[in-house]
Write a protein that binds this ligand. Structure first.
Ligand code: SF4
Length: 296
């Protein structure tokens, strides 16, 4: 997105056109999980190799977004399958390095991978009927500033608004990570979006809906005001802790079973690695969410 486009959509630009540091749900979760992981991702911005499952998630999200761009009567499994290949090719055009995940277009693994994406799309249709829905927005970029000055920023997969005005936030989960590992993180993300929506629209979403496509499960949750106020204080505390660590470079490793999913284990002192020298707190922006973050 260009800077002028950011301004047009409510992005906050500092004098000179630079983006202000903001907290996204992915980076806030990173810091909670492991401050050093946050540093590697948001401060050092070390490259990570996306897995096939992550890229599949990105493509499936893209197909579901396109699906809601079709006339209502055309939103069926056949059309969804037809959207898959173009969505993959478009992502590949944007990020040609993703082609290295496969051994060329004739790699049988590519066909199997596309079929597994189709299976997730088929599962989606078992969870709801998109012909009965008219979302207000898909892949909505949201941003708000809390009273404390913390800037929150992220993307919501889908926003539904009932005729009565009640808001529902929807998030598709396509990841291969076990649900019990991902669920707390997913709820954190949804509360983050509920808070941003509340602060920007003045209304607390009636429902937060997680749709786990791989296991064909829906998890619905109703946030309340007390909880969101508490969550707001949690985010402010996380941001203050990030700023404190950012000043000194003291981002400590916090080993857990999630280390198995960490690309930076070889650089981690908890596993006898040595991190690169601290590059200093990034100004002005510690890093936006990527499309892969949004495909968890
Ligand atoms: S390996 Fe574990 S402790 Fe080390 S940076 Fe990654 S998540 Fe943190």
């Amino acid at each position: 997105m260009t800077e002028s486009a950011q301004a047009a959509t409510g992005g906050t630009l500092q004098d000179g056109g630079t983006r202000r540091p903001a907290l996204s749900p992915s980076r806030a979760s990173d810091f909670k999980q492991c401050p050093l992981l946050y540093r590697f991702r948001a401060v050092d911005r070390l490259p990570e190799t996306p897995t096939k499952a992550q890229v599949r998630g990105t493509v499936v999200h893209s197909v579901l977004e396109r699906l809601f761009g079709l006339p209502t009567a055309e939103r069926d499994p056949t059309q969804a399958r037809a959207l898959l290949q173009p969505a993959w090719e478009e992502l590949l055009a944007q990020q040609p390095e993703l082609g290295e995940l496969f051994d060329g277009p004739d790699d049988p693994e590519l066909a199997g991978w596309l079929e597994s994406a189709n299976a997730l799309l088929d599962a989606y249709f078992e969870l709801e009927d998109p012909q009965r829905l008219e979302p207000q927005a898909c892949e909505l970029r949201v941003e708000t500033e809390l009273d404390s000055g913390v800037l929150l920023r992220g993307f919501i997969d889908r926003v539904d608004v009932a005729p009565t005005g009640e808001i529902r936030l929807v998030d598709y989960k396509t990841g291969a990570a076990p649900r019990e590992i991902g669920e707390a993180k997913a709820m954190f993300q949804m509360k983050f979006y509920a808070l941003v929506l509340w602060r920007t629209r003045g209304e607390i979403p009636r429902q937060l809906l997680l749709m786990y496509l791989a296991s064909k499960q829906r998890l619905a949750y109703t946030p309340d005001e007390t909880e969101l106020r508490r969550f707001e204080r949690t985010l402010e505390a996380i941001w203050q802790a990030i700023l404190r660590a950012g000043k000194t470079g003291d981002f400590r490793p916090n080993p857990s079973r999630l280390c198995d999913y960490c690309d930076h284990k070889p650089l981690c002192p908890a596993f006898d690695g040595t991190p690169p020298p601290y590059p200093g707190w990034p100004e002005p922006d510690p890093g936006p969410e990527s499309v892969l973050d949004r495909a968890d």
